[in-house]
Design a protein around this ligand. Sequence first.
Ligand code: FA5
Length: 345
Amino acid sequence: MQERLQELKQEALQKVEVALDLKQLNEVRVAYLGKKGPITEVLRGMGTLSAEERPIMGALANEVREAISTAIQEKQDILEKEAVAKKLASETIDVTLPGRPVKVGGAHPLTKVIEEIEDLFIGMGYTIAEGPEVERDYYNFEALNLPKGHPARDMQDSFYITDEILLRTHTSPVQARTMEKHEGKGPVKIICPGKVYRRDNDDATHSHQFTQIEGLVVDKNIRMSDLKGTLEVFAKKMFGDEREIRLRPSFFPFTEPSVEVDVSCGMCGGNGCSICKGTGWIEILGAGMVHPNVLEMAGFDSKVYTGFAFGMGPERIAMLKYGIDDIRHFYTNDVRFLQQFKQVK
Ligand code: FA5
């Protein structure tokens, strides 16, 4: 029995020695010190010993248990320290490594152009007005001197929702709504940016959904020369001091007289090239003096008040400013296109 105990001790100590991790060590503990282990087994057989042998054997068994237990505890301390060291090593941060760059987006080029135009007009004392994109036929057409059945309605093919409700075809309804709110009292000095919708076929210069910025000034003694001066400041700030504008007679039912406004071609300096189709001029917006009918319908006395209005497409302005050849680039979210405008202020 004595030999068996010594054998078990050697065996256990060796297994403790070679245990690679805490799991293996625990297996040794269970195997040798557990209730069903061989030492307990040996102790159970002590009943067969003589009274003199029993205490000697009991002491030896306790000594063996103690030795194994101590060895396990020591090994456990070592393995735990190793595990902590390993974990720390695996979690070490190399602070000298270069950081991973975070991709930063930028405002959409159209947003930038719209904000630039807004800032410019805010600097001239305008405020920003907004209106609904789903609009009443009344504000989109009738209040703008375009009664039902008027042939000029065909100039803007519309998306109707009901007979009376449509997706606005231009931002001009915002001027009608704003004038109405003023209840016949000037001055009114607003710009209205926003989305508009037309049943136009998409191509390089047309989109079924695009943006417009409307401008409206109503007060006493507003003249065509005020309109021209305002648009001259706008064109020079947007495109450069060397650029000129010209006004050509045109027709809009809500303005009289009406004009199309051209800016001198930046590519050829006005001499004529393929960009301006040989004319030296590029069309940028429609404008005119607010029609007396429009003023009256909104509650203004057209004998006291006059006004001018203009409407432009920021996509076309941005295309001219940055040499963009297709309006669809604005809507297809190609980051290669968008990234080029990240630095543009
Ligand atoms: C109008 O919409 C008038 N409401 C503008 C106006 C306001 C005139 C106030 C007088 C007084 P027009 O249909 O020309 O006008 O459109 C104005 C601008 O919107 C055009 O110069 C063009 O830049 C842009 N535009 C028109 N149709 C499209 C389209 N399908 N895609 C992109 N831009 C367009």
